[in-house]
Design a protein around this ligand. Structure first.
Ligand code: HEC
Length: 95
């Protein structure tokens, strides 16, 4: 059978578009849930901030210095705004 004729068949094209929609939403939902981080600041700090250098303990800098340092490190560590905020809060709570 001619493939195009088969695809033009109403049943097949409907089934095809339904499965495209399903695949599309599966990807979008999967992507969105992998972006959202439910992790607390302490865990994010532990996972991210020791990758390139020894972790600096929260007590090593003042609140203002942590604001600046995490601003720099946020881009290096590829953190979302929310993740960076949680890390700063954790660091400030411990200095
Ligand atoms: C991709 C590698 C990388 C990651 C991840 C990383 N850092 Fe850094 N960090 C560096 C480098 C390189 C330097 C030294 C050069 C510089 O300061 O830009 C540095 C320097 C620092 C300094 C010294 C002070 C300063 O501002 O220069 C602090 C404090 C610091 N990092 C904290 C953190 C924290 C907190 C995190 C987690 C949010 C983190 N780093 C994640 C690479 C990284």
């Amino acid at each position: 059978m001619n493939l195009m004729k088969k695809l033009n068949n109403r049943f097949y094209s409907k089934a095809l578009s339904v499965s495209f929609v399903v695949v599309f939403f599966t990807i979008v939902i999967g992507f969105a849930s992998s972006m959202a981080s439910d992790k607390p600041g302490a865990l994010l700090w532990g996972e991210n901030c020791g990758r390139c250098h020894n972790v600096r303990p929260p007590s090593s800098l003042t609140d203002d210095q942590w604001d600046v340092a995490v601003l720099h490190m946020r881009t290096r560590a590829n953190l979302t705004e929310e993740e960076a905020k949680k890390i700063v809060e954790f660091l400030k709570a411990g200095n």
